[in-house]
Ligand binder design. Sequence first.
Ligand SMILES: Cc1ncc(C[n+]2csc(CCOP(=O)(O)OP(=O)(O)O)c2C)c(N)n1
Length: 356
Amino acid sequence: MALDTDIFIDKLIEEGYTHLCVVPCSFAKNVINSAINSTNIEYLPCASEAVACSVAAGLKMSGKKPIVIIQSSGLTNMGSSITSLLNPYGVTFPILTSWRTYKEGDSEIQHKHLATELPKLIEAYGYEHTILNQEDIDTAISQINHCDESFTIGVIKKDTFSKVELLEEHVLDLSNYTPRSEFLVKLNEMFKDTNTLFIGTTGNTSREMYSFMPDTNNFYMAGNMGGALSLGLGASLGGKKVFVLGGDAEFVMHMGGLTTAGRYQDIDLTYILFDNEQNKSTGGQNTYQSHVDYINIAKASNLNVIEKVITSLDDFSDIIESLTENYKSNFIYIKCGLDDETPRPPLDVVKVKEFN
Ligand SMILES: Cc1ncc(C[n+]2csc(CCOP(=O)(O)OP(=O)(O)O)c2C)c(N)n1
C-alpha cells in the first residue's frame, strides 16, 4: 500500500512545514509533484544536496520549518553540511532520503554501494534512521516530526507515495525544440569510428547516447552527478580528445568544476549542455533554472564559449565542424526537446575503468 500523497502534503502543511528543499529522486516524484501543485508549501529545488541542506539549515535557524528530500546517492553530498554544520550546531530538520536498491544488471551501478551500506553511512554521520511507514499517514507524519527534533534521517522506500500528476500549468511544453536524439545522431555521424571520447552524464543523456550514438567511443557516467566536466577535464589533461554531453541539472550540481576547467585553454575538451529545463530521468520535474545565464557563466569562467543558443541541427553541425579544427576548452549551449524513454546501457558497457 502507498500513502495518499496529497493528504500527506496537506498534513505536513497542517503541522506547519513551510518548505520542501529538494534534489529529485524518482522514488519521491509523486510527493514532489504534490508539493509543486500545492500553493501552501514552497517547493525549493536545489542545485545539490549540500545546497539543500544548507538552505534548510538557514530556514530552520530563521524560524521556518523546512524538510529536505533527496536520493540516497546524494546523501554523501550532504556529508560536510551534516557533520560540520547540523551536527556540531545542533540544528535539526527532517531529511528524507530515498533508499535505492540494486539488482545486478537491472539497476544503475551508482546505487550498488549504498543499497546495502546506507544505514551505516547514516550512523557514521551520527544519526539514526527510520523507514517511513507506507501504510499509515499519521505514523509517517509522527516519524517526520521526530526527525524534525532529533538526529534521525527518514528513509523512503520505493512506492511509498500514491501517484500524483503535475497540474497542467506546471507541465513544460518543449514541443517547439528539436529533441536531443537528433543532435546525438548528428554527433554519431560526424565522429563515427573516431577515437574522440564522449562522456555522458547521469540522467537521460547517457541513456540516449547508448541508443543514438552506437558508433562513437562512449563512456556512460551513470552516477557521480555533477562530476562530468571534471572527469572530462582529467581525461583531456590525460591526452584524450573529449566531449562531455551534459544536462541542465547535472551541470549546476558541482558547478565549481567550471572554474577549474577554465584554467586550461590548450586542451581538447568540449562541454555540450543539453538544456531540456528539467530532470528528465527522475520524473521530468522543472529545474526552475530559467534565471541562469549558462553562456555567461561559462564565459566568465574562461571557457571558449559559443555565444549563440543552438536550437537547429544546421547550426549545430557548423559549430562542431569549426571546433574540430580548433580544439580548446569549448562550451556549447543547446536548447532541446524531449525523446521517448530509452533503455539503460547494460552493465558490461557501463562498467569500464579505463577510457578507450
Ligand atoms: C548526487 C545525485 N543526486 C541526485 C541524483 C538523482 N538524479 C539522477 S539524474 C537527475 C537529473 C538529471 O537531470 P539533467 O542533468 O537535467 O538531465 P536529463 O535527465 O534531464 O537529461 C537526478 C536528480 C543522482 N543520481 N545523484
